[in-house]
Design a protein. Structure first.
Length: 279
């Protein structure tokens, strides 16, 4: 609870030290809004902020159309279950200047606009700080959004506490958080090849296709869209045989969502596959 110095002992001294370090960072905040998506990282951060600050920690969630509906629902359910105030920002992401054009720095454009709105909302409520869930592993890929966070001086407590993704999952598991083994889900805009215009129709196609595949039991999946009507499906190597076995059903359903051509990427799932074109 808020104000206590007793830190949960985890299965290793390293995890215990990192979680204690995280709580110490958070206790140094007078009040805090956590940019909360319902994902693995921001869920642990919000949970720890609640432990460190009590009701002085709140969640703030932006809901542009390129955030999957299932993610918004799970984020809201977590806040309700833990009695955490959730500030909802209904943002029209496609109206952000330059975003629809999907340039290589799209993530910078998006995060600069969204986090500016989050800062404004936090300041209006007298909240002293805004934090987000980047971790040490996020430094290894092309992530222009990190530049926006630095420019706006957004806190990244998980990174400051020296946590990797594996640390976050391990601590979440020992805390009993529902996201401990949750697959990673970037925003739907990351499914578009750079330079291809992002539209509501295409976003809906991608979301419907991924929801269908998740409903079939695929755990880690991406449906990348190329042009107007080609879907490139990424699943893990372990699930590729199952995708091929269900190829007829998958093809029929994705065609119903609006795709004409449906392909399976033999290289399998990997984060940031659209960034390969930049290299």
């Amino acid at each position: 609870m808020m104000g206590e110095d007793v830190t949960k002992e985890f299965s290793s001294k390293d995890l215990t030290a990192k979680y204690k370090g995280l709580l110490d960072i958070l206790r140094g905040c007078e009040s805090l809004a956590v940019a909360f998506s319902g994902g693995v990282d921001s869920t642990l951060l919000l949970y720890a902020a609640r432990e460190a600050l009590g009701s002085k920690a709140v969640a703030i969630t932006a809901t542009p159309s390129y955030v999957p509906g299932r993610e918004r629902r799970e984020a809201a359910a977590f806040c309700r279950e833990h009695g955490i105030e959730q500030i909802i920002l209904d943002v029209d992401g496609l109206s952000i200047p330059g975003f629809r054009d999907n340039p290589p720095d799209r993530c910078y454009i998006c995060k600069k606009a969204l986090f500016t709105e989050m800062l404004r909302a936090a300041e209006e409520r007298g909240i002293a700080h805004l934090a987000e869930g980047s971790n040490l592993d996020d430094m290894g890929d092309y992530r222009p959004g990190l530049k926006a966070l630095a420019e706006l001086e957004i806190m990244s407590p998980l990174k400051a506490a020296g946590m990797t993704k594996a640390d976050i999952r391990a601590i979440s598991r020992e805390l009993g958080l529902p996201t401990a083994d949750k697959p990673s889900y970037a925003c739907l805009a990351s499914r578009f090849a750079y330079g291809e215009t992002i539209t509501e129709e295409k976003l809906a196609m991608v979301e419907a296709a991924e929801d269908y595949l998740i409903g079939l039991g695929f755990r880690q999946v991406r449906v990348r869209i190329h042009g107007e009507d080609l879907a490139r499906i990424e699943v893990t190597p372990e699930e590729m045989a199952q995708a091929f076995y269900l190829k007829n059903d998958i093809t029929a359903e994705l065609r119903r969502t609006g795709f004409r051509y449906v392909t399976l990427d033999l290289a399998g799932y990997r984060t940031g596959s659209m960034n390969e074109a930049l290299k």
